[in-house]
Write a new protein. Structure first.
Length: 187
């Protein structure tokens, strides 16, 4: 049985959901962002227990097909950004999502906006900015490398978008959020 779960956005989320299913004694075949595949069908009682346990941890069991589709959009965008290979993306975001989900982008866009109260593009930008912050804090790449890897047309474009969202330039953010040297080993 495939269970769609909202708010699974990282490896920690996957671990937390895995633990919830383990504690409920429900064998799992596979867990990936937004989806858990169980070995067996679930009883009504198991489903109710899982819904409550997931909600207690900030997740949401998704029953409605439209909500599931919105979560698929979210997961596709998150996976795309987390791959850090937007420079290699051949299509624009709308073509990518339409192709990946086999739906008209106009429909996807309207549905996403109605459920999430934001646009797909704004969600995409926010995911990219979070990735930029992560890479800046951990000194993973230069700002120029980050701009390239996340598909920005220039460092100026990345910097402008970053400042609009965070209130900081990337370099100012990096200075402000750099951990003190005596705390580096605590990370």
């Amino acid at each position: 049985m495939e269970v769609h779960i909202r708010n699974m956005v990282c490896d920690r989320c996957t671990s937390a959901v895995k633990q919830i299913f383990h504690l409920a004694c429900i064998p799992v075949k596979e867990i990936r962002l937004g989806v858990v595949t169980t070995l067996n069908d679930l009883t009504t009682q198991q489903i109710q227990h899982l819904k409550e346990a997931l909600q207690a941890e900030g997740f949401e069991w998704m029953d409605n097909q439209k909500i599931k589709l919105v979560e698929q959009i979210r997961q596709k965008i998150i996976q795309l950004v987390q791959s850090g290979e937007l420079d290699e993306m051949k299509d624009n975001l709308s073509a990518y999502l339409s192709s990946a989900l086999l739906k008209d982008y106009h429909y996807l866009s309207q549905l996403f906006s109605s459920v999430e109260n934001t646009t797909i593009e704004q969600f995409f930008i926010l995911q990219k900015i979070e990735k930029v912050k992560e890479w800046l804090v951990y000194d993973k790449y230069t700002v120029s490398e980050i701009a390239f890897k996340l598909g920005y047309s220039s460092v100026a474009h990345l910097s402008g978008q970053f400042k609009k969202v965070t209130g900081f330039t990337p370099s100012r953010f990096k200075e402000h959020y750099r951990p003190p040297l005596d705390k580096v080993n605590d990370l």
